[in-house]
Design a protein around this ligand. Structure first.
Ligand code: 2AM
Length: 184
């Protein structure tokens, strides 16, 4: 079995902005597993555990959904948390201009269903995960930081969609791109 997801890959400039936010937060907020720059991405569809023989057909769906799609122009939005910033389990930065990504996510849900992938029940919520929290923390400094944070509003072009294999290890997940399509 392999653990898979489909994501839009991020340009280095946006990773740098997110890394700087994480560097600011690290000394203020303890108990968070921060995401490394190489692992940052925008998830469109979490597939989860699936048989290795499904990789080919899933890659074909990725190709079909990517076909004819233009690169996305997005920009960073405010910081938030799942389920909220008071008791966060996931800390993220939101995005503006994600309607085309939501459409891609819903096409992926539809087209992957015949391959046995459960469609996502929750509405698509485009977010860039900065960190994950296993045990409750004192999140007050996080909320204060989030309130005053206004990330740069520059346009960001997302033009790479990828099928990614995730291997969970005690040191954090290791991601490997299995297939990548460039949007033009
Ligand atoms: P995230 O979207 O909050 O970052 C690989 O695990 C990617 O798929 C991560 O980006 C992860 O979380 C996302 N994802 C979405 N649903 C998931 C689930 N049910 N389990 C694990 N990861 C999931």
């Amino acid at each position: 079995m392999v653990r898979l997801f489909i994501a839009l890959l991020l340009p280095n400039e946006i990773k740098k902005v997110l890394e700087d936010i994480i560097a600011d937060l690290k000394p203020r907020v303890k108990g968070v597993r921060w995401v490394t720059a190489e692992n940052m991405h925008l998830t469109l569809k979490f597939i989860g555990e699936t048989k290795e023989e499904n990789i080919g057909p899933i890659a074909q769906v990725l190709e079909a959904v990517a076909a004819g799609k233009k690169p996305l122009t997005v920009s960073l939005d405010r910081m938030g948390g799942f389920p909220n910033l008071k008791n966060p389990r996931v800390v993220w930065v939101g995005l503006r201009g994600i309607e085309p990504a939501a459409e891609m996510a819903s096409q992926l849900n539809r087209q992957l269903k015949p391959l046995g992938c459960e469609p996502e029940k929750r509405p698509f919520s485009a977010h860039l995960t900065l960190g994950r929290i296993k045990f409750p923390i004192d999140a007050a400094p996080l909320a204060t930081y989030a309130e005053q944070l206004h990330p740069p509003a520059d346009s960001i072009i997302l033009d790479r969609i990828a099928l990614v294999k995730s291997t969970l290890t005690p040191g954090g997940p290791i991601y490997e791109t299995l297939e990548q399509k460039i949007l033009r």
